[in-house]
Design a protein around this ligand. Structure first.
Ligand code: PLP
Length: 310
């Protein structure tokens, strides 16, 4: 099979988890691994998490494992226990060390697929699907983009904000593998000269980015800072980065609150950021035709909340 990999991808490490190897077994991610009948490949029927390991420490590992469990419950996919995921990721990080060097920053993506239709991999529901971790060095491009102002476009996601409650089969709020729409939205943004997207509901509520949460910030004349984000009730993914920032912000004496957030609120907001586990924090300098103020000091404070929380 003719294959081409870029340099970062070539350094990736894969770890599979199954009933025989509950603590993981290394595989070569550059060789075929998945059966073509696996439902992750056939239907995008699986769930995942992406985390950041810095100097071998996985940031907010527990929060990601809890969210994976939440996605597993919503989608009814059996997943291995938390200890298995932790051991598998540790094995992957050790593999980098054994190969002669752990990169400063590694993106750790853990995936659970429903597996092959009608052929459970194990009688134990916790191991009946297909499970793996993929560890890839974080690219220089991503590292240097942190904290840099971006331009976003507002795109209608096509649902109203009540859809998640009314239609739970849409799996809104679960982190499923079905990201084709999210990626299409990002391509749309790039074609129209933007770096990223903020999804809105058909009834004018602000939701999230395709791979990030949105934060609104306000600093009053007495210096008091207020951060706001849309509530997960709107059928969005509860962001672990946003939650970490909010906890640290509250400790620093800032005010925080959860939505609903309307598109008017967005246009009236003093400062805006997109947040995510690997890209961390990106201040928004432009929404479509409107420019937005960027406050370097606040952006630096948000980044240090994350660095300090570890
Ligand atoms: N919303 C969506 C749809 C995402 O895919 C992500 C992350 O990939 C986020 C929000 C941000 O989540 P976190 O901060 O936990 O990375």
């Amino acid at each position: 099979m003719a294959e081409r990999f870029d340099e970062e991808a070539l350094r990736a490490v894969g770890v599979r988890i199954d009933a025989e190897h509950p603590e993981g077994i290394i595989f070569d991610p550059h060789q075929p691994q998945l059966r073509v009948t696996d439902l992750s490949a056939v239907r995008g029927d699986g769930i995942f998490e992406t985390m950041l390991a810095e100097q071998g420490h996985v940031r907010k590992f527990s929060a990601h494992l809890e969210r994976l469990q939440r996605s597993a419950t919503i989608t009814d996919i059996g997943i291995p226990p938390q200890d298995a995921w932790r051991a598998a990721v540790e094995l992957g990080l050790d593999e980098f060390r054994n190969r002669g060097g752990l990169p400063d920053e590694v993106a750790v993506r853990i995936t659970a697929s429903r597996g092959v239709d009608g052929e459970p991999a194990s009688d134990d529901p916790a191991f009946s699907g297909t499970y793996w971790a993929l560890l890839t060095p974080v690219s220089e491009k991503v590292r240097t983009s942190r904290g840099r102002p971006i331009s976003v476009t507002l795109l209608d996601r096509g649902y109203d904000s009540g859809a998640s409650e009314r239609a739970p089969w849409l799996l809104l709020g679960a982190k499923t593998l079905s990201y084709a729409v999210n990626m299409a939205a990002l391509r749309w943004a790039a074609k129209h000269g933007h770096d990223d997207v903020i999804f809105t509901s058909s009834d004018g509520k602000v939701l999230e980015g395709p791979v990030s949460s949105i934060l609104l910030g306000h600093r009053s004349s007495d210096g008091q800072v207020h951060l706001r984000t849309p509530s997960p009730d709107a059928g969005i993914l509860p962001g672990t980065t946003q939650a970490t920032i909010f906890r640290a912000a509250e400790q620093a004496g800032w005010r925080t609150s959860l939505g609903p957030v309307t598109t008017e609120d967005l246009h009236d907001a003093q400062f805006l950021w997109l947040t995510g586990s690997v890209k961390l924090v990106s201040p928004i300098g432009r929404i479509d035709d409107h420019s937005v103020a960027v406050d370097e000091e606040l952006t630096t404070a948000l980044l240090s909340f994350l660095n300090e929380a570890g």
